[in-house]
Structures are given as structure tokens and as C-alpha cells.
Design a binder for this molecule. Sequence first.
Ligand code: HSE
Length: 328
Amino acid sequence: MRIALLGFGSVGQGIARALREKDLGISITGIADSRSGLIAPGGIDIDAALAQKRELGYCGDPSVRPMDVALLAEYDALVEVTPTDVITGEPALTHIRAALGRGRHVVTSNKGPIALAYDDLIAEAESRHVSLRYEATVCGAIPIIHALQEGLAGNRVKRLSGVLNGTCNYILTRMSDEGLTYEQALMEARELGYAEADPTYDVKGIDAAIKLVILANTILHMDKALDDVQITGIDLLTPDALRLAEEQEMTIRLIGEIIPDEDILRVSPRIIGKAHPLVVEGTLNAVTVDTDMAGEITFIGKGAGSVETASAIIGDLLFIRDRYVTGT
Ligand code: HSE
């Protein structure tokens, strides 16, 4: 199986490293970051691309653009992991449309296009008999979309609530456990590659809200936009608020919630007991799904990070390889 990889930041490099180490029969025939690109029908030299990125700050030839790779490289699936833009979905939306237009599968961690244009994109994919998969958009390594679509198929979801943003959870944990200031904790989260390229998406609750929109629209058959989500972030939370919660054996977590029957989507910091299943540490995410048949199920796992996101992307790629791509 051949892939083209658009986006060579923390997630893109994690995917490249994992593919190099695991020998899954997946070769990369095109890569691009925002400043350069490379097309190699026989397969990209991943070590050389990683070394160049480290040394020069870009991975390929500056005269090759990401769209050149999307349109001209030979691949079975486009992996779109460029930074998210929630207002326009670009440039990812154009990359994804280009790949689907060529009848290629698409796997993405990019939340913008899925939150903004899922119906259009999936219709285009279906008309061309290719797959569009987006497990990595929600909760990093936790296969929540797969679980909801397949494992819990036939269940009615009464409520979904959880910690959906690893960066905020990391900040809250470091502030309450280590007494770090908000700014120090955010800087750490950025350095570790957890935060979005624009970290205001994380701390203002926008990233968690986009994940709710994706789950609502693609799994729960709702028709929602970011504006439909009631959002309060953690950016105005003071160390005093955390300390007051601690004094009562409670803590604060940024919780996202969908209640389909009440048409509610909301994200806000909540004071909750330390023994609550959604109180997880660091960049962990936790999601409780309350369903009519299976009852309550809580998923806990790494919600952000290079390798963790690569796990979800590679799971989607192997799903496609095993169902659609022959000769690998
Ligand atoms: N910035 C996101 C987070 C990355 O911290 O959860 C994963 O979507």
C-alpha cells in the first residue's frame, strides 16, 4: 500500500517513524509540510526526510507544494495531518477533496474538514467507492469512533461525556499537582507536542467542542456546527479555583458533553470528585458513553501525542488496506 503524507509536524513525523519501524507493507511515496514537498514513486527515504526536517525545518524540495503531492504523487491513500483550521478547514479541505476527486482513500487527524464538511466529503468518497476515515480526530489513541460505529452499533446513545482535550487536562493536572502556573503548564504542553498549532483552540475549549461536533454529526446523526456548542474554556481559571476544589477533595476537569435527546452540546470546566471515572491525569482522555443496551462504558487512553495519534492513523490505514487495497 502506498500513501502520501501531508503534514510533517509532530503527528506526521510520528506516522513516518512508526511506518519505518513496523514494516507494515505501507510505503510513503509523497510527503509535504507547509514549506516543501517530495514525490518519490519508489518510496521516500524516511530517515533522510526526518534529518532534513530537523536540520532545515522543512522536509522536501521548497518548489514542491502540498497540492502537487496530493495531485501528482501515486498513492492509494492520502494521510492528511496538517494543522487544523476550524473556520475554513483549509488547506486540509482542498487536499482531501483533491485526493477523493482522484478516487483515492483518505485518512485524517484534521478536525476542521470533518467538523465542517463531513456530509459532502463522505458523499464524494462513497460515490467514488473509496474510504474516508478520521479516527485520529477524536481522543487520539482511543478508538472511540470505531467503538461507537461498530462495537456499539444498534445502541442508542443517551449521553456522551468526557475529557476530550489532552492539553487542557495536562495543564489542569500540572497546575494542581505541581503548583505550576497556567503559562508554565501550557508551555510544557506545547513543547511536548500535545497542543494545537494555535493553542487557543485547546485552552478556550474549541478543540473539545469540535470533537463533540464530529461525534454528533458523524455518529449520532445530529446536524451541528461549532456555534451550536456552549463553550467555556480553562483560560480564565485561576490557581485559587483549583486550590479551593482541592480543599474539598474535588478537582476541576474540562468536560465535553452531548445529550442527544435534549439537543445539548457543551464544554465547560466542572468541579468533580477525585474518584470520578473522568478524573484522569496528564494527557489522558476519558469518555463515558451511556447507551440503552450496553449501559455505561468508559474509555480511557492517551488523547494527544505523536505516536498516540499515529496509532489511530495506522489503524485506519490497515482497515483500508485489508478491505480495499490488494497486492500488499
Ligand atoms: N491538541 C489536542 C489535544 C490534540 O490536546 O487534545 C489531540 O486532538
